[in-house]
Design a protein around this ligand. Structure first.
Ligand code: WT7
Length: 631
C-alpha cells in the first residue's frame, strides 16, 4: 500500500484517476472485511449521493484492534503523555486497548446503547477518550465528540441536533495550569436536552461534582459490572461511524457525517503514505480528538495500520515552551504532526527551549489546519527537523475525512508554504467565479474536487439539503471546498485561505455569523459584524465591530461583558481578539454588510478602502475610522 518512489507516485496517481474503482478496491483489499463489497462506488454530486464499498460488512474496531492481536498484541497502540510531566506515562498495548474497548462497550450496552444510537463524548485528552470512541464503534453506536472548549449552550445544540441518548464525560480536565470543570458544563447543557437518559462520568481531576441518581453513573463503578468479551457488531460499509460538528458561513454548526468503510480505507491509506510510517515508529499528532485531525490521525488512521500513536493531554507551553521537545526526546518520536499556530507560538520563544533536547529520532514533520507561512516552515525545517526531515504540509478538511493535498514523505517533493500535490484518488480543479474550470499552471481560483474519494462526507446530520447547498450547489457537479488556491508553474498547489465567511483561528474553524449571533445576544447590542484579520501566532484573529449605543460604565468593562456572553454562547475559542464600538456598519443598499471594507480596516488599512460609493451611507466609514482613532 505504501508508495516508494516518485515514479511510482506518478503511475499510481494516473491509475487512481483512470480506474478509480480498481484502484480503491486494491487499497481496500488491505483491510479486514467480514464480507467484501458488491460495488466499489456509486455517486452523483447533484443529490449528493455517494456510496463506497456498498454491500460490504465490517467493523472498524476489528481493523484497528483485533487484527493486530495475534502478531502485535504487545506492541504499544497508544502512549499517553500527561499534562503534568511529573505524572506517569501510560502505555496501552493493542491487547490491553482491545480489552478496555470491549469492556467499555459492554458498559454502553448495559446502559441501553444500541446500534445506531448517537453518543455525545465530552472528555479530556486521556486514554479513556480514545477508548470511548472505539467502544461506540465496536457496538455500532455513532459518536459525536465535542471539543472540551465548547460551552454548555453549544453542547446542548449539538446534543439536540443529533438526539444523543447518552453522554460520556469526566469530572474535569487539566490544560496547562488550568482545570476545566467538564461535568459542570455538561450539567448545564443537559437542562435543555430531553433525549439524554444517561451520563457516564470518568474520574480524572477528582473535583467535587453533582451526580444525579438514575441518570449519572461513574465509569469506574460500571466497569466492575461487566465482562471483557464484546463481539464486534457487524456493520454495513455505509453505516454511520460518527458525526463531527463544524462551522460554516451560517450561524448554526453542521454535523458532518462520515461512514465506516470509506473513512477507514481513506484514513488508513493516507496515514501510511503521507507520513511514510514504518513499523515500530512512534507517531505524535498534537491535535485534540475533539477535532477531525484527532479522529483521523490519533485514533482511526494509525490504529488501522497497527501504528503506535502518542496522545498528549497538555499544551505546548506547559510547564514551559520545551514541552514538545521533551516529549519527542522521552518517547523517541519519529513523526511529529502539529499545527502552524503551535509552531509560530514556539518560535516566539526562540531556540533556547530546544537546546539540550535530542530530536534525532524525528524523521518526518507534518503541518495541518491553516496555511503555514514561509518563516514558520523554515524554522520547523531547520530548528526541529535539522534540515533532514521532510515537512508534509497536509491540506484537508473535516468534510474530507483525511488528507487530500500533501507531499508524501520521502516520495514527492516539498515546497515551503505549499501543500504541493494531490494524493492518489484526489482530483482537484480550480474554478473561476462562474464555475468555469481554470486549466493550465500558474493560475489561481476556487478549489473544488471533481471526483469522490472514500473519505468524503456523506451528508450533514438531519439536513441533507444543507449538505447539498453548502458543498455541491455553488458549482454544478463539483465539491466546493470553500478555499482559494494557487497552482504554480510546476503544478503545485498552495492554499491561500477561505473565500467564505469562515475564520481560521489557530487552526479552528469559526463562522463569522456564529460569533455575530453570540455578540448580538448581549443586551444593548444593536448589531455587529465580525471579520478575520492577520494574527502573528493564531494565523487569524477575530475582529468585531459592534453597535452598542449605551455602554454600561467603563467601555473596557462593556467589552469584557461581551466576551463573557460569547464564551457562554459558543465557548472561549470564539472570543473576539478586538472589539471596536461603532455607530454604524457599512451596508449596501440591499442591506448587506460590506465586509471587504471592514476586513481592510481590521488589517490596519485606513486609506485604500476601495469603492465605497455603493454604500447607503458612505459617511459610516469615516465614523468607524474616527472611532478607531480614539482608541
Ligand atoms: C480548513 C478546514 C484538516 C484538519 C484541521 C482543520 C484550512 C487545513 C490546511 C493546510 C492551508 C489549511 C483550510 C480548510 N486548512 N489544512 N495544510 N494549508 N489551509 O479542519 O476545521 O475542517 O478546517 O482549514 O481553509 O478549508 P477544519
Amino acid at each position: 500500500m505504501q508508495i516508494k518512489s516518485l515514479d511510482e507516485y506518478n503511475a499510481v496517481y494516473k491509475q487512481s484517476v483512470e480506474q478509480p474503482e480498481e484502484f480503491w478496491a486494491g487499497i481496500a483489499d488491505h483491510f479486514l472485511w467480514r464480507k467484501k463489497w458488491d460495488k466499489v462506488l456509486s455517486w452523483d454530486f447533484k443529490e449528493p449521493n455517494i456510496k463506497w464499498f456498498e454491500g460490504a460488512k465490517l467493523n472498524i474496531t476489528e481493523n484497528c484492534l483485533d487484527r493486530h492481536l495475534e502478531e502485535n498484541g504487545d506492541k504499544p497502540a497508544i502512549i499517553w503523555e500527561p499534562n503534568d510531566p511529573e505524572k506517569d506515562t501510560i502505555t496501552l498495548s493493542y491487547k490491553i486497548l482491545h480489552e478496555h474497548v470491549c469492556r467499555f462497550a459492554n458498559v454502553l450496552k448495559k446502559n441501553g446503547v444500541k446500534k445506531g444510537d448517537r453518543i455525545c463524548i465530552y472528555m479530556p485528552m486521556v486514554p479513556e477518550l480514545a477508548i470511548a470512541v472505539l467502544a461506540c464503534a465496536r457496538i455500532g453506536a455513532v459518536h459525536s465528540v465535542i471539543f472540551g472548549g465548547f460551552s454548555a449552550r453549544a453542547i446542548a445544540d449539538r446534543i439536540n441536533d443529533a438526539e444523543c441518548k447518552l453522554v460520556i464525560t469526566a469530572d474535569g480536565a487539566y490544560r496547562g495550569n488550568k482545570q476545566i470543570q467538564l461535568k459542570d458544563v455538561i450539567d448545564d447543557a443537559l437542562i435543555g436536552c430531553p433525549t439524554v437518559k444517561k451520563v457516564v462520568v470518568l474520574t480524572n481531576t477528582r473535583t467535587p461534582i453533582s451526580m444525579i441518581k438514575g441518570r449519572d453513573v461513574w465509569w469506574e463503578d460500571e466497569l466492575k459490572l461487566v465482562g471483557s468479551e464484546c463481539p464486534a457488531e457487524e456493520m454495513d460499509a455505509e453505516d454511520m461511524l460518527f458525526i463531527l460538528y463544524t462551522s460554516g458561513s451560517t450561524g448554526k454548526p453542521k454535523g458532518v457525517v462520515h461512514t465506516i468503510g470509506g473513512y477507514m480505507v481513506y484514513t488508513g491509506y493516507t496515514f501510511a503514505n503521507a507520513f511514510n510510517y514504518q513499523p515500530g515508529e512512534v507517531f505524535f499528532c498534537t491535535a485534540d480528538i475533539g477535532w477531525i485531525t484527532g479522529h483521523s490521525y490519533i485514533v482511526y488512521g494509525p490504529l488501522s495500520q497497527g501504528a503506535t500513536s502518542l496522545m498528549f493531554e497538555g499544551i505546548p507551553t506547559y510547564p514551559d515552551a520545551s514541552r514538545f521537545w521533551q516529549i519527542v526526546e522521552k518517547h523517541k518520536v519519529n513523526i511529529l504532526y502539529t499545527a502552524p499556530t503551535a509552531i509560530r507560538s514556539l518560535m516566539s520563544f526562540g531556540t533556547e527551549p530546544i537546546k539540550g533536547h535530542d530530536l534525532s529520532s524525528l524523521r518526518v514533520l507534518g503541518s495541518v489546519g491553516e496555511p503555514i507561512n514561509e518563516e514558520a516552515w523554515h524554522w520547523y525545517d531547520e530548528e526541529i527537523g535539522k534540515g533532514n526531515s521532510p515537512i508534509v504540509d497536509t491540506w484537508w478538511q473535516t468534510e474530507t475525512g483525511g488528507l487530500m493535498i500533501s507531499p508524501i514523505a520521502y516520495v514527492t517533493p516539498t515546497k515551503p508554504s505549499y501543500a504541493t500535490l494531490p494524493l492518489p484518488g484526489v482530483q482537484p480543479v480550480l474554478v473561476d467565479e462562474e464555475g468555469r474550470e481554470i486549466l493550465g499552471n500558474g493560475v489561481s481560483g476556487n478549489l473544488c474536487m471533481k471526483f469522490p474519494w472514500p473519505g468524503i462526507l456523506r451528508t450533514t446530520y438531519g439536513d441533507h439539503e444543507r449538505c447539498r447547498q453548502t458543498y455541491f450547489s455553488t458549482y454544478p457537479n463539483l465539491y466546493f471546498t470553500g478555499d482559494g488556491c494557487l497552482r504554480d508553474e510546476d503544478g503545485y498547489y498552495k492554499i491561500t485561505g477561505r473565500v467564505d465567511d469562515v475564520i481560521n483561528v489557530s487552526g479552528h474553524r469559526i463562522g463569522t455569523a456564529e460569533v455575530e449571533n453570540a455578540i448580538n445576544m448581549h443586551t444593548g447590542v444593536v448589531e455587529s459584524a465580525v471579520v478575520g484579520y492577520p494574527h502573528d501566532v493564531k494565523g487569524q484573529g477575530i475582529y468585531a465591530f459592534v453597535i452598542y449605543p449605551n455602554t454600561h460604565g467603563d467601555v473596557e468593562l462593556t467589552k469584557m461583558d461581551i466576551l463573557k456572553t460569547v464564551t457562554r454562547v459558543i465557548g472561549a475559542i470564539a472570543k473576539p481578539d478586538k472589539i471596536l464600538f461603532v455607530t454604524g456598519l457599512p451596508k449596501t443598499r440591499s442591506g448587506k454588510i460590506m465586509r471587504r471594507i471592514l476586513r481592510k480596516i481590521a488589517e490596519g488599512e485606513t486609506t485604500n478602502l476601495g469603492d465605497t460609493t455603493t454604500l447607503t451611507d458612505p459617511a459610516v466609514v469615516d465614523e468607524i475610522l474616527a472611532a478607531l482613532q480614539k482608541v
